[in-house]
Design a protein around this ligand. Structure first.
Ligand SMILES: C[S@@+](CC[C@H](N)C(=O)[O-])C[C@H]1O[C@@H](n2cnc3c(N)ncnc32)[C@H](O)[C@@H]1O
Length: 263
């Protein structure tokens, strides 16, 4: 995924409008219901790019080796991205997709019912692993086990799930560093001790536009993110994805962290 940078308006493009007034908005300052899931998907996921492929391969192999079965799983801040949920599918008796924007919640409900063909290449990457290939009809399985919930990362229940993902959320829900740390802590705490998880963040992000709207981000450094995750995890594996040449200005790299939650 490549979140279009706030500063990236090119020649002749109209300047993205911001649904926020504050120069350093916190999460509650933002009109999340103005997030346009169609525009977001078109820009970020319409074509499976090499960075998402690499992340997907890594989480696929991680969850396949995690000895999970019949697990209650969660994806937090799902937005308009199905591939984290797909990576959990073979091991799940339930996948809860927790999202705050009602526009994204509505989009997710339709996709969980029967997802668009554009997600098929993402599943094909998963199905390169036998644990995933064994699942003949992922579209039907997601409709059976997926459940979309309007929920905030900041109010998730403790120790409610046994595996989870949170993709491009901590960095991209406000301009407040403390909220990014808090989101990571709440996500890890929502998982039972010993649960496998995958988290991605954009490092050095300046904010992003979705269609004509601008959304805030916090420019996180690798060491800060790793410290926040390590506080609640063990067996941490951290990997940075840097497409060469870079896909755009406005971020440094994508960081993927996998591990298990501490007790
Ligand atoms: C940059 S998008 C990431 C979407 C998706 N996970 C992905 O990988 O592309 C950030 C998402 O966080 C959601 N969000 C914002 N505030 C939230 C909150 N307090 N709790 C949960 N999700 C939130 C937004 O609506 C948006 O869908």
């Amino acid at each position: 995924m490549a979140l279009t940078p706030a500063t990236g308006g090119g020649c002749g493009e109209s300047t993205p409008r911001s649904p926020i007034q504050s120069p350093r908005p916190v999460n509650s300052d933002v009109e999340w219901d103005s997030f346009d899931p169609q525009a977001y998907v078109r820009h970020n996921y319409a074509d499976l790019r090499s960075d998402d492929r690499e992340i997907l391969c890594r989480i696929r192999d991680f969850f396949a080796e995690a000895k999970l079965s019949d697990a209650r799983c969660v994806d937090v801040g799902s937005g308009a991205n199905l591939y984290p949920a797909l990576s959990l599918l073979p091991f799940a008796k339930a996948v809860d997709l927790c999202e705050w924007s009602t526009a994204n919640v509505n989009w997710l409900r339709m996709q969980v019912d029967s997802y668009d063909e554009l997600w098929d290449p993402y599943w094909q990457v998963c199905a390169e692993h036998p644990a995933y290939a064994a699942l003949a009809d992922p579209r039907r399985r997601l409709a059976q086990v997926g459940r979309v919930v309007r929920a905030s990362v900041f109010t998730l229940p403790r120790h409610a799930w046994s595996a989870g993902t949170m993709f491009f959320v901590a960095c991209s829900i406000s301009a407040d560093r403390a909220e990014a740390e808090h989101a990571i802590g709440r996500f890890l705490d929502a998982l039972r001790p010993g649960s496998p998880f995958a988290v991605t963040v954009m490092l050095g992000s300046l904010g992003y536009s979705v269609g004509p709207r601008m959304f805030p981000a916090v420019s996180l450094q690798r060491a800060d993110v790793v410290a926040s995750i390590a506080a609640g995890a063990y067996d941490l594996d951290v990997h940075e994805v840097r497409p060469k040449p870079p896909l755009r200005d406005g971020y440094l790299s994508m960081l993927l962290a996998t591990g298990r939650t501490r007790g």
